[in-house]
Structure formats: structure tokens, C-alpha cells
Design a protein around this ligand. Structure first.
Ligand code: BDR
Length: 316
């Protein structure tokens, strides 16, 4: 009986852990854009941990810089792991260009490279897993025009130069206005910095410079948080329509108070899970099925916030 039970347990675990990954332990280093308190990275880590638990023979090292715009630190962290004991590197590049040289060095050492969330120039990496950010930006444009009407003045608050994910969604937003709301005037399209504090300071300056705004698109969690605080400080929260990317307790509270009109929400847990899965496949030389895996974002509004589908996405 005991032997039968052991066979059943082994069969079950092999069902979860594919044959090619059994045996040797794999050391995978995951370098997010930052190890800040942003909900986005915490949920991405949850997805990684789920994959690590399922595969069973993965040692995960998770290390990121303090903020999303600290490219020098991210490069230093990366270079520290260009070592023989590292089998694969999963990275979210803070800069699509400046990370290319150090990542190429890692690849030349035989370390497998997976890129997640934010694009990297060149083709050193095996595959790319991210939100379809351009179409997500168009969703933001649609939501903002839906709530403010197809007249008025809007601005885009980006984060840092060459952050592929956030620039792609800003470009999608502008594309939507250009093709669907020609009477909406884009009065500013600025880089506000990679932390909530920097975004708030930039938001205050932009609100002072453009006192007659109708709507704002902020490209990620830090930008939305900073702009929301700036709108509250100046008494404009809920008056100037704000649409942004990502979710967090702060942003969801703003949505419930109608200070935020819409959040374009991603699936960082799935990105983290697929990042680890791709790394294990790369280590085992499993052929790539899909070089670019793009996950569609969802528009969350005060009206659909409590639906089961949205709740499952927000609280995986
Ligand atoms: C944010 O930056 C982007 O790269 C992610 O997609 C997310 O929107 C996290 O700081």
C-alpha cells in the first residue's frame, strides 16, 4: 500500500514538473526594475514564487534597485550575477538601451536571458513576456475620452526616458487621441521621474503651468500615485479626470472616490510566473514557442471594480 502511495505521489509531481526540468537544480536570478514598495513588483514576485514552488528544483535570487529609474544600480546588480553558478537571468530593463551591453556579456557567458514587462533593444534575449502596452495605452485614451468627452486639454505624465513599457503605453494613448478624438488638445507630454515623489513634484509643476486641464493620463503606479497626490493638494482631485496604469490600495481608493476615473490593470503575477517558466525551458534548451508573449490589459472603472473577474485580477 505504502509503495502504491509513493508511486502515485511521484506520478503527480512529474505531472506538475515536466520531465526536462527534473534533477539538476537551476539558479535563476530575477532582476525587477525596482525593489520599491510598489504593489506591481510584489505581485510579480508572487507569480515567480508560484512557478518556483511548482518546478521544485529552482533556486530564485530576486534583487532590484531602489527605484525604477536607477539604471546604474540595476547594471551593477546585473554584473554581480554574471557568474558560472547562474543558469538564467530574468530581467525587467529600466532602460531598453543601456542594459543591452551588460546583458549581452551575461549571454556570452552562457547565461540564458528572459526579458519581462519592459522591452530591451536587440535580440540577445530568448523571449519577451509583457503587457500589450501600446494597446493598453489606447484603452486609457478611450476611457479618458469616455469620461471627459471629446473636447478639452489633456496631458501625459511619463516616467523615465527609454522605459519601453511606459513609453509604449504613452504612445498608444497619443495614437488613440490622434485617431479618435481630434478635438482633444494634447498640451503636454512630459517625463515626470521614476518614483512617486518625483511624479508628485512634476505633477504640481504641470498643474501650475496648465491650470485649465480637462484630463490626465499617467503611465504607471508611481506616476498615478504622484499625480493623484498633486491633484488632491491643489483641490483638483475628481475635477480634472485622471486615468492611469496599474493598481494598488492607494489607487483603488482613489477610484472608489472617483478621484481616478479608470485604471488600466496588468497581470504582473502571470508575467512573473511565465518568466520563471521560460527560464527553466531555456536552461533545458526547450525550443521557443512564442518569442513575444503579450498579455492584454483590462480597464478597471468604479462601475466594474467589484466584479469577480476584476477582483481576481487585482487580488491574485
Ligand atoms: C511599472 O513600471 C512598468 O515597467 C510596469 O509595467 C509597471 O507599470 C512598475 O513600476
Amino acid at each position: 500500500m505504502k509503495q502504491l502511495l509513493m508511486v502515485a505521489i511521484l506520478a503527480l509531481s512529474s505531472m506538475v514538473q515536466p520531465a526536462y526540468s527534473q534533477g539538476k537544480n537551476h539558479h535563476i536570478v530575477f532582476i525587477p526594475k525596482s525593489s520599491s514598495d510598489l504593489a506591481f513588483w510584489k505581485i510579480m514576485r508572487q507569480g515567480c514564487d508560484k512557478a518556483v514552488q511548482e518546478f521544485g528544483n529552482v533556486t530564485l535570487t530576486w534583487r532590484g534597485p531602489a527605484y525604477d529609474d536607477d539604471t546604474d544600480s540595476q547594471i551593477r546588480i546585473l554584473e554581480n550575477y554574471i557568474r558560472p553558478d547562474v543558469d538564467a537571468l530574468v530581467i525587467v530593463p529600466t532602460d531598453r538601451n543601456l542594459l543591452l551591453a551588460p546583458i549581452r556579456k551575461a549571454a556570452e557567458m552562457g547565461i540564458k536571458i528572459i526579458v519581462v514587462d519592459s522591452g530591451l533593444n536587440g535580440n540577445v534575449h530568448r523571449n519577451f513576456i509583457a503587457t500589450n502596452n501600446f494597446s493598453g495605452g489606447k484603452l486609457a485614451g478611450k476611457r479618458l475620452v469616455d469620461v471627459m468627452g471629446n473636447q478639452g486639454k489633456v496631458l501625459v505624465l511619463r516616467t523615465v526616458v527609454r522605459s519601453a513599457s511606459t513609453d509604449d503605453r504613452a504612445d498608444g494613448f497619443v495614437d488613440y487621441l490622434w485617431n479618435n478624438a481630434p478635438n482633444v488638445q494634447l498640451v503636454a507630454d512630459e517625463y515626470g521621474g521614476g518614483s512617486k515623489g518625483k511624479a508628485q513634484a512634476s505633477g504640481l509643476a504641470l498643474l501650475k503651468k496648465h491650470p485649465d486641464l480637462t484630463g490626465i493620463f499617467a503611465v504607471n503606479e508611481a506616476a498615478v500615485s504622484g499625480m493623484l497626490q498633486a491633484l488632491r493638494t491643489t483641490g483638483n482631485a475628481g475635477k480634472i479626470k485622471l486615468v492611469g496604469f496599474d493598481s494598488s490600495d492607494t489607487l483603488l481608493s482613489g477610484l472608489e472616490k472617483n478621484e481616478i476615473s479608470g485604471l488600466i490593470v496588468q497581470n504582473p503575477a502571470l508575467m512573473g510566473y511565465l518568466g520563471i517558466k521560460s527560464a527553466v525551458e531555456a536552461i533545458n534548451n526547450v525550443p521557443v514557442k512564442e518569442e513575444n508573449q503579450l498579455i492584454e490589459a483590462k480597464t478597471v472603472t468604479p462601475q466594474n471594480l467589484k466584479t469577480p473577474e476584476i477582483q481576481r485580477l487585482l487580488f491574485p
